[in-house]
Design a protein around this ligand. Structure first.
Ligand SMILES: Nc1nc2c(ncn2[C@@H]2O[C@H](COP(=O)(O)OP(=O)(O)OP(=O)(O)O)[C@@H](O)[C@H]2O)c(=O)[nH]1
Length: 463
């Protein structure tokens, strides 16, 4: 993930301030050095690193912490504010009808991002369309069409035409019904003059509301020059960072954001159309600093719950908070969890659980959890309807039968039943609460006591 290393090292130097009420120059110097080291090793441009660390240093030494604030919280707040300002302190893309032009070098991920963004807008109730103008790369048309199909969004392209400007113009007419039009353009190996001339013409033809620069997270120092050129030719309003699922550090993208005076718009982290997140500066930096990101988490939970419910017409998550919590409900919750994405990503969004906690778990801890979830699923598949509805009927004999039928052992069946009663107790506590208060629910999840947090190994459950 971008600047992962920065998050980890910052947290450890901030932790050294624990208990202190006053900061001395040595403390500040140490933290600033840590920040510089991490940013530079993440490929952020040197002058930008100096600028950022200077302002953190000055503020940490000059600003008086408000009464009652510890030295650690004071520095954390300053680092947070400066980092948010660095990545762009507003959300680059409003949720409204608009035309978006995508620019970037070959292979940066424009075509994939066009479909992903279209999918994202469609989940927000807008009608998107992708317009493919890449006549340069053979196969670009088919790839774009297939991805738009997977995203279930409108698509326009013309495999027989060879003038991208003409395709763009016709595409705008053909997609007049769409709310959000995303115009994909051709990339080249490097910033050649003809690429710039072509994108300027497309820019003129479609007159976009926003132009976004698509950057591979692996790009290093080259980002600055690229950003400058695109900024000069078409004006850049935001950056889409792709391939964050790889090992890249993403520092170059931050440099591009700074160079264009824009913000990060989207983060791409995989090859399927759903692997995208709208960038929210405060949430992102909170996550980086180990403060959690409740907003993203609640979006994911909501989506996963919806998807799990779509396949099961009789199920309404609200019911769970009213009546009994059966093993069937638990199974649905597990399904929903599986849909939320890799557990370590989800964990990072939970306050108090993310931010480095994962680093401290043994490497195979998550595998054990996933493995356990799969076993639980098999066990539930071997249970009768009656047992699923009322697990209390499962005595020793039935436990033996279920263990045999599911190819697991009696101990695991027992653990499942214990897990269920723990979750049932937690759900019963929720039943007394007001309407879906995510914040409190998440606290529960993170704090142990039988909720989803336990299922992920966060509490004292059987994992
Ligand atoms: N792992 C991963 N792969 C990605 C991501 N985004 C794009 N890719 C892959 O990167 C490759 C290039 O992506 P494209 O979307 O074709 O890139 P492009 O910028 O349209 O390329 P040109 O049309 O040649 O300019 C493809 O194999 C994509 O599947 C991502 O977020 N994660």
């Amino acid at each position: 993930m971008v600047l992962d290393d920065l998050g980890t090292s910052l947290r450890s130097s901030l932790d050294k301030l624990q208990g202190k009420t006053r900061l001395d120059e040595d403390d500040v110097e140490e933290i600033v050095k840590e920040i510089q080291r991490s940013l530079l090793s993440a490929d952020v441009d040197v002058s930008l690193v100096m600028e950022l660390s200077d302002s953190i240093e000055t503020r940490a030494l000059e600003e008086e912490p408000p009464g009652g604030t510890t030295a650690r919280d004071h520095v954390l707040k300053i680092v947070y504010e400066e980092m948010v300002a660095l990545v762009g302190d507003s959300t680059a893309l409003p949720l409204e009808p608009q035309t978006i032009l995508l620019a970037g070098l070959q292979g940066s991920g424009k075509t994939t991002s066009a479909a992903k963004m279209a999918w994202w807008f469609s989940t927000k109730g807008l009608r998107p369309a992708v317009i493919q103008t890449d006549t340069f790369r053979p196969g670009a048309y088919d790839q774009a069409e297939q991805m738009a199909d997977r995203a279930e969004v409108d698509f326009y392209g013309d495999p027989d035409a060879d003038d991208p400007v003409e395709i763009a113009r016709e595409g705008m007419e053909a997609t007049a019904d769409a709310d959000v039009r995303i115009v994909d353009t051709a990339g080249r190996h490097a910033l050649e003059d003809d690429l710039i001339a072509e994108i300027e013409e497309i820019d003129e033809a479609v007159d976009p509301d926003r132009s976004l620069l698509v950057l591979d997270a692996a790009i290093g120092q080259g980002a600055k020059e690229q950003a400058r050129q695109f900024e000069e030719s078409i004006g850049i309003d935001g950056v889409v960072i792709t391939k964050l699922d790889g090992t890249a550090k993403g520092g170059g993208a931050l440099t591009a954001v700074n160079e264009t005076g824009s913000s990060i718009a989207f983060l791409g982290s995989g090859e399927t159309v759903q692997d995208i997140e709208r960038f929210e500066p405060s949430g992102f930096i909170s996550r980086l600093l180990g403060m959690g990101d409740l907003k993203q988490l609640s979006e994911r939970v909501e989506r996963a719950m919806q998807e799990a419910g779509e396949e099961d017409d009789d199920w309404d998550p609200e019911d769970m908070l009213q009546g009994e919590f059966t093993l069937k409900d638990m199974k649905r919750q597990m399904d929903a969890m599986n849909r939320m994405g890799p557990l370590d990503q989800v964990m990072d969004m939970i306050p108090g659980m993310g931010g480095g906690m994962m680093d401290q778990l043994p490497d195979d801890a998550m595998d054990v959890t996933q493995d356990r979830m799969r076993k639980f699923e098999r066990i539930m598949d071997s249970m009768t309807e009656e047992e699923l509805e009322n697990p209390r009927v499962v005595g020793q004999e039935r436990t033996r039968r279920i263990a045999r039928g599911s190819g697991t052992d009696e101990e695991t069946v027992q653990q499942l039943l214990e897990q269920h009663s723990m979750m049932e107790r937690t759900i019963q506590q929720f039943q007394g609460m007001g309407e879906g208060d995510m914040q409190r629910m998440m606290k529960k999840m993170g704090g142990g006591g039988g909720g989803l947090g336990d299922m992920m190994g966060g509490g004292k459950g059987p994992f």
